[in-house]
Design a protein around this ligand. Structure first.
Ligand code: EPZ
Length: 411
């Protein structure tokens, strides 16, 4: 059934989790608006910050954090293992307190995901780092971290963020070259600037940070979630509907929107909203996609676009260049009738006439939502197990889709 209606877009999970860590850089209060507080990942990050001693209060979409009462600089395995985003406390704790002990996060379903770039960068800023019993033990030199010129051998969102935060309180200037350019990093940088940090080059591959001796509290409204936006854009495309995405920014989704347009969907920014529409009776065309660091096509939308390609006319080729194991949705989509062949980092998706409902299993956040999208257009009923993955990153997804006419319920 074509989905029609409006969907409010939440604040970006992958910005909010880092902004919470930025609060560790100051002993003054931080106030966030448009915060996706109901997400499970936000709750895990809250648990970690409270463990460290922060006081945190929420109301609706607002969050206030005060890191003055911090009494430990150790982030324990039991909390870190729930969510890799917790590694982002390392840079801020080390910069402000001169030492930090953070559990190594371990692998996850989409790949091994090492943190060597975070560690090497902090070492280049003068930190002494040892790995003991599964923990990263980091000690800054007397007088604190030093500014450094850090050239990343590979583009990393998390390493760019960890080092940018650490550099705000380091002595001297830090240059991050081959830095990541994701909108969430720009959002974090803009908040750090409000806190008194001196940062240039946000949104480019070279970020320059001049350290200051202390940072102050700030108010910040979190950037809209471009991956949630892109996910509902695909929902409109797949169902042949028309959805107005409220408070969303197309400029953050240029690559995904261009691909969607090539399949035959219209996408336009209308003030603060994005309108996505497809002529219901026209079949979408297959397209080729390669995931890349921003502003390229985001890996976090790869699974959703694959779900769409299963029903497109002709074939599409998807190449995943960011994570080594991000095709776990393939066998689940195949259970619903999709025709997909994986070869190494690429998948050929040959469009079929229809998908059929089946019992499937969610394996990670974006893979799960791809199954929801497939379920929306499959003939018959689809049951998705292990939906806790979904709750890590999509606020009120059932209500948002139901509001546009989807038949979906949480059981
Ligand atoms: C962030 O992960 C996001 N997570 C991911 O979103 C997203 O898929 C990813 O960036 C890429 O856009 C958060 O923001 C919390 P990376 P991150 O460091 O920072 C390798 C989602 O679904 N690498 O840019 O961990 C790494 O293994 C999630 O919301 C190293 O080799 O990603 C990967 O292959 C999933 N050494 C590549 O770089 C390092 O020290 C890019 O990873 C760090 C990374």
């Amino acid at each position: 059934m074509p989905l029609r209606g409006e969907i409010p877009i939440s604040g970006a999970k992958n910005a909010a989790l880092k902004l919470m860590c930025a609060s560790l850089l100051t002993d003054q209060s931080m106030h966030f608006e448009n915060s996706p507080n109901t997400l499970r990942d936000m709750q895990s990050q809250t648990e970690l910050l409270e463990y460290l001693g922060c006081t945190i209060s929420h109301s609706h979409n607002a969050m206030a954090i005060n890191a003055r009462p911090i009494h430990t600089q150790t982030a324990p395995y039991d909390i870190v293992r729930k969510m890799r985003g917790s590694i982002l406390v390392l840079g801020p704790l080390l910069a402000r307190f001169g030492h930090a002990k953070v559990s190594l996060p371990g692998g996850c379903a989409i790949g091994t995901r090492p943190v060597d770039l975070h560690i090497q960068g902090l070492e280049e800023m003068g930190a002494t780092i040892t790995l003991e019993e599964g923990y990263i033990n980091a000690q800054a030199p007397a007088g604190g971290l030093n500014g450094a010129k850090i050239l990343f051998p590979k583009v990393s969102v998390g390493a760019t963020e960890n080092l940018m935060m650490a550099a705000t309180l380091a002595r001297g200037t830090t240059i991050l070259a081959n830095a990541a350019r994701e909108p969430e990093i720009v959002d974090l940088g803009e908040c750090l600037i409000k806190m008194g940090a001196k940062i240039d080059g946000l949104g480019t591959d070279t970020i320059r940070i001049e350290g200051v001796s202390s940072l102050n509290g700030a108010h910040h409204s979190i950037v809209p979630d471009r991956i949630e936006t892109g996910t509902y854009m695909v929902a409109a495309a797949m169902t042949g509907g028309e959805i107005l995405l409220k408070n969303a920014r197309l400029e953050h989704l240029s690559a995904a929107a261009a691909h969607l347009t090539h399949t035959g969907v219209t996408v336009e920014q209308l003030g603060n909203d994005i309108l996505v529409a497809r002529t219901p009776d026209r079949r979408l065309k297959g397209i080729d996609i390669m995931t890349e660091p921003h502003p390229g096509f985001p890996t976090d939308l790869q699974a959703q676009f694959m779900a769409m390609l299963t029903l497109c006319e002709g074939a599409g080729l998807i190449t995943e260049t960011i994570f080594e194991n991000r095709f776990m949705h393939v066998p689940e989509l195949a259970r619903m009738g999709a025709d997909i062949t994986v070869h190494g980092h690429s998948a050929i998706v040959r469009g079929v006439e229809k998908l059929t409902g089946a019992e499937v299993m969610a394996t990670d956040l974006r893979a799960s939502v791809a199954l929801v999208l497939a379920g929306l257009v499959a003939e018959g009923e689809t049951t998705i197990n292990r939906i806790y993955h979904l709750e890590r990153g999509y606020e009120r997804i059932v209500e948002k889709l139901e509001g546009c006419g989807a038949i979906i319920k949480k059981v």
